[in-house]
Design a protein around this ligand. Sequence first.
Ligand code: ADP
Ligand code: MG
Length: 356
Amino acid sequence: MLFDIKPKEDPKDLFDREEELQKLKNGINYPVSLLLGLRRSGKSSLVKVLMKEEDAIWIYLDLRKYETKTFITYKDVIIELEKALNRFPQRIKKLLEGIKGINVAGLEIKLNWGKQKVEISEIFDKLSEISEKEDKKVIIVFDESQELRKLKGYNLLNPLAYAYDNLKIRFLFTGSEIGMVYRFLKIKDPNSPLFGRAMTEITIHPFTKEKAIEFLKKGFEEVKINLDEKLLEDVYNNIGGIPGWLTYYGFNYIQEKDHEEALNKTIELAVSLIKKEFRNFLKGREEAKERYYTIMGVCKKGCRWSESKRAIEAKEGVRIDDKKLTELLQNLIDASFLIKENEIYRPADILIEKAF
Ligand code: ADP
Ligand code: MG
């Protein structure tokens, strides 16, 4: 059902996106693919459908839950990995036997993160062996991979670069905070282990107006509701083309049976979620909190660099360093709250605009 608010897993529930799916299918023939797009644009759905359609040994790590944290540790990554490996069939689990720090004795795999800790590169080695033995691709998905840049005390890029250069396993990184994914991978940093490595990049965009209306029509058809095209257009004009919000609207309409109410409920929910996500963004950036809010306030309808500078200076009554301001704006862009087009900064989505 199209208006199911969970990520889609069944190919028949995925609307459109054939092109992106095909690109992903090509991408996983190479070591690393990136799937980038705003929050709720359908990345997890796309990955889950791909996991259904592509016969491979999949290892799916959901890092979304770390968005509220200021940092994560080796232990957190190992716990996620452990969960993912435990989804393997028993026969494949058994093949992981013999790595230091892994216990496959019972039905469940246990990974050590303390004393005698498991080395991620050794897991990668073993998975690569399994890939050859089973003649199947092994694909590791890091969903919302920008969270990995918060990993402290361990450089995940080392085992990733090692795997890239020497092993048979593939990686798929998704990210809603697009600039933050680049900051994590550091492909352009000559001192970084992954420097210069080629990656397939797939960007998933919100639906166009036409597609959004088609999506809503199809979703309503499934539940035998007939909505006037004018109302569907009104939905797009108010909430834009992000599939997640369109899905919420459909879900709310089914409950409310009233366009205005469903629309208001959707906007209310979106605004509160976006505000929460913004507060997560501010974690660890508290010293500049007021400045970030000021910028979002003046840029909600689009603004120039100089306008945001004036707004902050008017508020604080002192000069703000130019470099500092540029850095604040860049952080907002990298976290996908703002986009920059022809020297104008504006919210990445119409509902972000409504949240400030
Ligand atoms: P992301 O991982 O990018 O944040 P999700 O895959 O979780 O996005 O999708 C957000 C919501 O939108 C979910 O309810 C999902 O079911 C719905 N959705 C996203 N893309 C599609 C699509 N192409 N077809 C049907 N539903 C979709
Ligand atoms: Mg997701």
